[in-house]
Design a binder for this molecule. Structure first.
Ligand code: G1P
Length: 290
């Protein structure tokens, strides 16, 4: 059985790119077709055998807490009306045996600081980190399940990566290192949001990590870095001085749902795969003179 049982979801960011939609609704609650981004990320974690979800929330994120709460009134109303399918959808938001912890990140000091806020809830165990803005679809095993399998084999921290155009390096943590297998590499260089000329390679960090608990001590002393924030990438760079850190080029397609174009691409692709919608939506798209 896998030793990765806890997932951390840093969801305190303001989502300014989607204003005014995100003025009172958490950006992670924006839906792709009929499911909020945070639910896709949670389901990816459930699939990997994770049974404890730790959400690092900001002040405007109560809708996330409500989403994962039990909805007694809604459930009894659906049961009364015999809407069994929808009742199952609502109940499956959190499967039996999964627990949720919500922690307030009172200051927006960056991703590294958000992960540090999870320390007490994670304890001294390896854990996953999922950034719900990065929606990853794969027909086979989901991204975090693939990474848990790699963790079980190597027992080392793992960063999910993807090839990007080098001009985009300023948007990502970038890594470089020696290949171990087709998809696994040793992380030898890692830097947060470098200019293209300084990028060590074209391998970008996407929002999926498996980390050993040694990261917490390092996060405590990590100074502010890119964007004047405490960066997870910088703590991982220090972790390399103590332990092996691997990167994993996952199987699947990533949508950057923190950007409007990525969000729209995901909406179109997921609608075209949706049981109830696919046929009508495809027919509609064909009428567009593009
Ligand atoms: C964060 C990380 C960055 C990573 C990115 C993936 O940046 O700091 O290393 O490449 O997520 O989405 P953010 O997009 O939160 O600025």
């Amino acid at each position: 059985m896998s030793s990765v049982k806890t997932a951390v979801f840093p969801v305190a960011g303001l989502g300014t790119r989607f204003l005014p939609a995100t003025k009172s609704v958490a950006k992670e609650m924006l839906s792709i077709v009929d499911k909020p981004l945070i639910q896709y990320a949670a389901e990816e974690a459930f699939e990997a055998g994770i049974n404890k979800l730790v959400f690092i929330v900001g002040r405007t994120k109560n809708s996330i807490i409500d989403h994962f709460d039990k909805a007694y009134e809604l459930e009894s109303e659906l049961a009364l009306r015999g809407k069994d399918r929808m009742l199952k959808v609502v109940k499956d938001v959190i499967p039996d045996g999964v627990s949720c912890v919500f922690i307030r990140q009172s200051e927006a000091l960056g991703l590294g600081h958000a992960v540090l806020c999870a320390e007490a809830a994670v304890g001294h165990h390896p854990f996953a980190v999922l950034l719900p803005d990065d929606l990853i679809h794969n027909d086979g095993d989901g991204c975090i399940k693939q990474m848990v399998q790699v963790f079980d084999e190597y027992q080392a921290s793992i960063i999910g990566t993807q090839t990007v155009a080098i001009e985009e390096s300023g948007k990502y943590g970038m890594v470089a290192g020696g290949q171990v297998t087709d998809r696994v590499a040793k992380v030898e260089e890692i830097v947060e949001k470098p200019a293209p000329a300084d990028a060590p390679s074209d391998q970008a960090i996407v929002g999926r990590y498996i980390l050993t608990p040694g990261i917490f001590d390092l996060l405590r002393t990590t100074q502010r870095g890119a964007g004047n924030e405490i960066q997870l990438t910088d703590a991982i760079a220090s972790l390399r001085d103590h332990e092996q850190v691997l990167s994993y080029s996952f199987e699947g397609r990533r949508y950057d749902c923190g950007s409007k174009i990525g969000y729209l691409q995901a909406t179109v692709d997921f609608a075209l795969e949706h049981d109830e919608l696919a046929k009508d939506f495809r027919r509609y798209l064909k009428t567009l003179e593009l």
